[in-house]
Design a protein. Structure first.
Length: 610
C-alpha cells in the first residue's frame, strides 16, 4: 500500500497507539475454491464474502457548488456529488526543516517514485493468479452505465454464492471502463462492497489507488471503509489531502485523532477543543473522537461513553466505538442496516462470543466462509465468557469434525441444523459444518440425511465429495437434484424424463428452480427445453431490458459485466423473491463467460434454500 509524505510520521506514531485500535483481521477476501483443501489441512486466513444506509443511494447532483458541511453522525448517508478536487495542498513543516521547504509534489516523488506509482486506468487488489477476473472483464461496457448499476444496487442480494462472486469481481484488478474517472469508479466499487458487509474488501479497493489520485468521492468512501473496519489510523495518511478537498467536519476530527495516535497529546487536545468550540461535532460523536485520540502514546484524556439519548447508529459511531473497545448497545445494533452485521462478524476487536449472531448472517451471505466459521467457533469454545448453550454447540461441532463413527457424526449434524432458529441460521450452520459433512462416508445408512449433507458440502464448493453420493441417493430426490446440478465430472446430459420426474416429487417452486438451473447449465438436451419450460411453467423466453443486457454482455464475453447484472437480478433479501426465469438467465450467462463453477453453485443454492 502506497502511503504519502505524511505516512512516515504516522507509522512511527502508530506504534504507541492502543492495541485495540489496530485489532483488524488481516485476511484477504478471496472466494472459496470449488476444489477446496480437505478437512484437516492447516486453515488459511479466513476469506470474507453490506451498508444499506438508505433503501437506495441517492444520485449525485450535477451542480458544482461546494458540498454542505456534514457532521460525523451523518457520514453514513449515501454519497453526494462533490466538485472536482483542487490541486495538492501545501504541506506543513517537514520533520527536519530545510531552508527551502519541499512542495507536496516533491515530497510525493521522494516517497513514491514514478516507477512505483499506479495508474487509475487499472485498479484492484487481486489478479488472475489470485482468483480475480480478467482485467478486461468489463469489455466495451460504458462506465457510466456500470457506475449507475453499482450505485442503485440494493444490497444485500439473495444468493450467497453470487455475493461471493460479486465480491471477487469488485476486488479484481480491472481496467477502468470508458467514460468514468478511475478513482471515482474505485469509490463506487468500494461503496458497493461496504453495503454488502464486505468492509475488508472495500478497504483493499481503496488502498489500490495512490493518494495523489484520490477524488472527493474516494475520500469519503475511504473514511467509510476506515470506520467499517474499525481502523481510524487508516485515515491519517489521507487526512492532510482530504481536508483540502472537503468541508466534511469528520476530517477535522480525524486530524485531532491522528495527532493523538502520533503521540502528540498537546496538539491533539488543542484540535479537539477547537472542534468543540466551533461546534464541528458534539455529543457522542465528539466524545468518541476524543476517546480515540486519548488512546495514543502519552494520551491522558479519560472519556466515558454513555449511549443514553442516542437513537441512531452511524458508521462513525460504530467504527470509533469498536476501535476503542466500547460495546455498542444491542438496541442500536438492531436499528442499523444489515451490513453492520458483516462488519461486526469480522471485527477482531469484538470478543468471539459477541460476534456469533452477526456471524450467522455473514456466513449466510458469503462474508464468512466455512473455514472462518470453524475458526470463530473454535475461539468461542476457548473463551471465558461463552454461554453454556454456545459452549455445547462448540463441543458438538468438534465431535462432528473428529468422530470416526459416521452414524454419530450424521446425528450431531442433523441435530445442529434442526435446532436452528430460522432458515438463515440453518443455512449458516450448514456453512459451519460443510467439511464435517464431507467427511461422512456415503452409505445406505445415511441416505435419508444425504440431501442435507450434500447441501452443506456445496456451501463450501465441495462438489466432488458431494458427487460420491450419486449411487446412494434415490432418483428424483433433492439429493439427486443437487448432484445433477453440480457434479464436475458429469458425463452426458440429464434426460428429459429424469428432469420431468423431479417435477413429480419436488415442491413446485423447488422444481422450477431446478429446471432453471439444469437448463441454464446446458445439462439437459436443448431440444427438450421448450417443452420442459412449459411443463414447469417457467417463461424463459420472456424478454425485458435486463434480459437483453445480460445476454448481450455474455455474448460479448464480459464476465465482470455479467456478474454485476446478475446481482441486479437478485436484488431481494431472500430466494423467495427470485423468479426461476431470472435464475435461468443468470446461470446461463455466467456459464457462457467462463464462470461455470460459480453457476453450478448458485443453481444448487437455489434448490437447497427454496
Amino acid at each position: 500500500m502506497r502511503r504519502r509524505w505524511a505516512a512516515s510520521l504516522v507509522a512511527i506514531a502508530l506504534a504507541g497507539a492502543g492495541a485495540g485500535l489496530h485489532a483488524q483481521s488481516q485476511d484477504r477476501d478471496a472466494p472459496e475454491s470449488l476444489l477446496p483443501e480437505g478437512f484437516g489441512d492447516p486453515s488459511p486466513p479466513p476469506p470474507a464474502d453490506r451498508p444499506r444506509p438508505q433503501t437506495q443511494p441517492a444520485q449525485p447532483p450535477t451542480g458544482t457548488a461546494p458540498p454542505p458541511v456534514r457532521r460525523p453522525g451523518e457520514i453514513v448517508q449515501p454519497l453526494p456529488g462533490l466538485p472536482t478536487a483542487p490541486g495538492l495542498p501545501t504541506p506543513g513543516p517537514t520533520p527536519t526543516p530545510t531552508a527551502s521547504p519541499l512542495s507536496a509534489a516533491q515530497l510525493l516523488q521522494y516517497d513514491l517514485p514514478d516507477y512505483a506509482r499506479r495508474s487509475v486506468a487499472r485498479v484492484g487488489a487481486i489478479g488472475l493468479a489470485e482468483g480475480g477476473l480478467p482485467a478486461n472483464g468489463f469489455g466495451r461496457s460504458d462506465g457510466r452505465f456500470l457506475q449507475g448499476l453499482m450505485r442503485r444496487l440494493d444490497a444485500p442480494i439473495a444468493s450467497r454464492w453470487l455475493s461471493i462472486t460479486l465480491r471477487r469481481m469488485l476486488v479484481s484488478r480491472l481496467d477502468t471502463p470508458a467514460g468514468v474517472n478511475g478513482a471515482d469508479f474505485a469509490a463506487e466499487r468500494a461503496w458497493l462492497l461496504l453495503r454488502m458487509g464486505e468492509a475488508q474488501a472495500a478497504r483493499d479497493v481503496v488502498n489500490g489507488v495512490d493518494t495523489e489520485n484520490f477524488t472527493p468521492k474516494l475520500d469519503q468512501v475511504a473514511m467509510q471503509a476506515a470506520l467499517a473496519t474499525a481502523d481510524p489510523a487508516m485515515l491519517c495518511p489521507l487526512q492532510p489531502f482530504a481536508m483540502a478537498r472537503s468541508r466534511d467536519t469528520s476530517w477535522r476530527l480525524a486530524e485531532a485523532m491522528c495527532a493523538g495516535l502520533s503521540g502528540e497529546p498537546s496538539r491533539a487536545g488543542k484540535l479537539i477543543d477547537a472542534a468543540r468550540r466551533q461546534k464541528a461535532a458534539s455529543g457522542i460523536d465528539l466524545l468518541l473522537a476524543e476517546k480515540i485520540l486519548g488512546a495514543g502514546a502519552q494520551g491522558r484524556r479519560a472519556v466515558t461513553i454513555e449511549w443514553d439519548g442516542v437513537d441512531r447508529l452511524s458508521a462513525w459511531r460504530w467504527g470509533l466505538a469498536t476501535a476503542a473497545g466500547v460495546a455498542v448497545p444491542d438496541t442500536l445494533l438492531a436499528s442499523a442496516g444489515p451490513q453492520v452485521r458483516g462488519w461486526a462478524a469480522r471485527a477482531a476487536g469484538i470478543a468471539p462470543p459477541a460476534r456469533l449472531r452477526a456471524a450467522d448472517w455473514a456466513a449466510s451471505q458469503g462474508v464468512l466462509s466455512n473455514l472462518a466459521m470453524v475458526d470463530l467457533w473454535g475461539q468461542v469454545e476457548d473463551a471465558d465468557d461463552t454461554s453454556n448453550s454456545d459452549a455445547a454447540i462448540a463441543r458438538d461441532l468438534r465431535a462432528a469434525y473428529t468422530s470416526a463413527d459416521m452414524a454419530e457424526r450424521t446425528s450431531i449434524l442433523t441435530q445442529l441444523w434442526k435446532e436452528a432458529a430460522d432458515p438463515r441460521q440453518r443455512y449458516a450452520r450448514m456453512v459451519l459444518a460443510a467439511r464435517a459433512a464431507a467427511g461422512v462416508r456415503p452409505a445406505a445408512a445415511q441416505a435419508a440425511s444425504a440431501g442435507d449433507l450434500i447441501a452443506a458440502m456445496l456451501t463450501a464448493g465441495l462438489d466432488r465429495p458431494a458427487a460420491r453420493w450419486r449411487s446412494h441417493v434415490e432418483a428424483g430426490s433433492d439429493a439427486w437434484a443437487l448432484i445433477a446440478l453440480t457434479d464436475p465430472d458429469a458425463r452426458g446430459q440429464v434426460s428429459q424424463g429424469e428432469v420431468d420426474g423431479y417435477r413429480g416429487t419436488a415442491e413446485t417452486r423447488r422444481g422450477q428452480l431446478f429446471f432453471a438451473g439444469i437448463a441454464g447449465l446446458g445439462r439437459v438436451d436443448a431440444g427438450s427445453i421448450p417443452s420442459l419450460a412449459e411443463a414447469f411453467a417457467v417463461p424463459i423466453n420472456a424478454d425485458n431490458a435486463w434480459v437483453r443486457a445480460i445476454r448481450t454482455a455474455a455474448e460479448r464475453g464480459e464476465p465482470a459485466t455479467v456478474v454485476l447484472l446478475a446481482a441486479v437480478g437478485m436484488q431481494t433479501p431472500d430466494w423467495r423473491g427470485v423468479a426461476p426465469a431470472t435464475l435461468f438467465h443468470i446461470v446461463a450467462s455466467l456459464a457462457r463467460v467462463g464462470l461455470e463453477g460459480e453457476a453450478r453453485m448458485i443453481a444448487a443454492e437455489a434448490v437447497s434454500r427454496a
